[in-house]
Design a protein around this ligand. Sequence first.
Ligand code: PAD
Ligand code: ZN
Length: 369
Amino acid sequence: MPKAAVLTGIDQPLEIRDDLELESPRAGEIMVRMAASGVCHSDLSVQNGTIPSPTPCVLGHEGAGIVEEVGEGVTHLSPGDHVVVTFVPRCGECYFCQRGQGFLCDKYGAVATGGLIDGTPRFSSGGSPVFQMSMCGLFSDQTVIPAISAVKIDPDVPLKAAALIGCGVLTGVGAALNTADIKPGDTVAVLGCGGVGLNVIQGARIAGASEIIAIDMNPTKLEMTKQFGATQTVNAGEVDAVGKVTELTGGRGADVAFEVIGLGPTIDQTINMTRKGGQAVLVGVPRLDVMINLPAAFAFLYLAKTVKGCWYGSSNVHEDVPKLIDLYQKGELKLDELISREISLDQVNDAFEDMKTGEVARSVIDFGG
Ligand code: PAD
Ligand code: ZN
């Protein structure tokens, strides 16, 4: 039986359960023995209700492991393959996949059910369904996911590092390389420097930005940003972030600014620190009732700003995961440095507390495989 961390209701601590049933993979699915899972703010957002989800639910959507069993019709993966799990599947056949927008794959439509593509989860307890966050449920040493959510990787890549690719790296680096159009020499501002924001910073560095202004309220985080490529840091708890970015850019504002927190006030700040004609990219996931109120004439017309939503780093996972692995192997992408703490599944609630205090980039659950 799998050992899994289960959310039973909003604001409840995760329960560590070793009595759940896990069904074998159905057609088009695979069973994965998880090696490592990162703890992302989106997990916390499901716990606190920012991201709605049915419960009980196995959380976790960023991880890597080894394929144990494949369902009928799965030909691109075999038992023993090392895989990165991606939380948006990519079918390659729907309207969006065909247009290079795999991050909008129609097969993700069933996610609100808490199940896999057919709308049902593979975990259960006493005959009742136990749902799977983002068609994943990776806070479990064993899980069943859609086969199109897994990307095979070189077995030489450490699975702990690979785990982070599944959400924080695809999203953050993708926001810089895919969603935004960063030109060499640009000045980029990143508001919120957690596990995802640090990846936006390294993505901006890879894209050739010459100035990268990291903004956070936590001095530990700001210190961490330097090794990922930040050239300047701004403590938003001490100074007005918009005023400071404006000052650092000769009164213009940033060419490209990213919001990586998911709060209404920081979304406003991000748009306001973007120069005329520049791009504001929204990555952080806000509560459903957060609205943006912008002056239509000034924000969009006279100042010609572009505001872009960034879902999953605008990634096409089957192409982007191999590219990211390649960058890691060449030493251009830092993955090991993102891991602040390695923990056991039993410590997952502590990892949530660490995330709230903002001291860690990523805690990674080591399943000890
Ligand atoms: P995190 O908790 O590791 O980092 C958030 C950072 O923001 C921390 O360093 C905080 O100190 C900082 N912060 C909080 N409030 C403020 C403030 N008012 N001013 C300045 N700094 C502040 O989170 P994360 O990096 O794991 O995730 C960040 C967001 O990205 C979160 O909303 C998550 O749900 C979202 C996300 N989006 C996607 C997507 O596809 N768009 C994917 C994955 C995660
Ligand atoms: Zn995530």
